[in-house]
Design a protein around this ligand. Structure first.
Ligand SMILES: Cc1cc2nc3c(=O)[nH]c(=O)nc-3n(C[C@H](O)[C@H](O)[C@H](O)COP(=O)(O)OP(=O)(O)OC[C@H]3O[C@@H](n4cnc5c(N)ncnc54)[C@H](O)[C@@H]3O)c2cc1C
Ligand code: FES
Length: 292
């Protein structure tokens, strides 16, 4: 059994999140703004100071997009941005929403003033590195969502940060100016070749990893479709780099009660077990997930 990449960089998977009534904030957040990015994507700004104050990069909220019973269950969304007023006080959060079903359809159409119920922040956030370790974020599609806040946090610590970002076409790559203004280097790919390199984002990632001196520390952070996460985690193992992945699972409750979100994992001793992604994750060590 190879030594865990987390152990190699001095990090360890954390114990699952445990919530108490005092820690869980369930708020009715007013929509401040709804910014369409494309025919499928939008950014929803929500007034939710209590969640904004507590949120860390990689955490998520469980959102009820309607006051009716359809859809009945809340859906998980990464905290995209923390919104601040002019004095710098955290007043809200935004969500990067991709329309794929009933809840995301409602969030795509939500008008300012509308109440959206949010529970959070939930789950285990990313472990943040410090210089001289570099941060390489790997995003596929709506997997960009946890990286705006992560990039702000990393850059505030002076960490050199690169975003490997892949989408189907140029029109589905969002917030590039935002990342550039933070000083994040961009490596872009599109499946149709309309911008950046044609193909999948793991191809340039592999080349960059291969070209990097083994003694220069790099932490990988990945979020996106499961195939991309598996490929990134496999590359990281092959290149001897630690990799934190934010897994997307169907989540019925977000708080550990329904077991809809289990992920098969291998412990440091090789023993096989399942964890609930909403409590032990969504951020998990890529080299300990059983991807098949
Ligand atoms: C921790 C976490 C953070 C997330 N963050 C975001 C985010 O920031 N923005 C965003 O747009 N989406 C995000 N998602 C995904 C989002 O929660 C789901 O797409 C949600 O189910 C959509 O709800 P819906 O009612 O519109 O569609 P649903 O009816 O719930 O789903 C439509 C279809 O997608 C499938 N599906 C549902 N959830 C998932 C999933 N997790 N993975 C793969 N297939 C799924 C369903 O089986 C169904 O076929 C996140 C998921 C997780 C677990
Ligand atoms: S979503 Fe219910 S246990 Fe994880």
């Amino acid at each position: 059994m190879p030594k865990s990449r987390w152990a190699l960089c001095g990090l360890k998977p954390k114990v699952p999140a445990v919530y108490t009534a005092e820690m869980l904030v369930d708020v009715t957040a007013e929509v401040i703004a709804n910014t369409p990015l494309s025919s499928d994507y939008n950014v929803l700004a929500l007034r939710a100071p209590a969640i904004a104050v507590a949120a860390a990069p990689g955490q998520f909220v469980m959102v009820k997009a309607t006051t009716s019973h359809d859809p009945l269950l809340r859906r998980p969304f990464s905290v995209f941005e923390v919104l601040r007023d002019r004095a710098g006080t955290r007043v809200g959060i935004s969500l990067l929403n991709k329309r794929i079903g009933p809840s995301t359809e409602l969030l795509y159409a939500a008008q300012p003033g509308r109440p959206i119920v949010c529970l959070g922040p939930l789950g285990r956030p990313f472990t943040i590195v410090d210089p001289p370790t570099e941060a390489w974020m790997v995003a596929g599609g709506v997997g960009l969502a946890p990286f705006a806040m992560l990039a702000e946090t990393l850059r505030a610590r002076g960490v050199r940060t690169t975003l490997f970002y892949g989408a189907r076409r140029a029109a589905e790559l969002f917030y590039l100016d935002f990342f550039q203004e933070l000083g994040v280097s961009l490596v872009l790919t599109t499946e149709d070749g309309s911008i950046g390199e044609a193909g999948r984002v793991v191809a340039p990632l592999d080349r960059h990893l291969a070209a990097r001196d083994r003694h220069e520390p790099v932490m990988l952070y990945a979020c996106g479709p499961e195939g991309m996460l598996a490929a990134t985690a496999t590359l990281a193992i092959r290149r001897g780099r630690p990799c934190q992945v934010s897994v997307e699972r169907v989540m019925g409750c977000g708080t550990g009660g329904c077991y809809s979100c289990v992920v098969p994992m291998r412990g440091d001793n090789g023993a096989f077990h399942h964890v609930r992604a909403c409590l032990a994750g969504p951020v998990l060590p890529g080299d300990q997930i059983l991807w098949d």
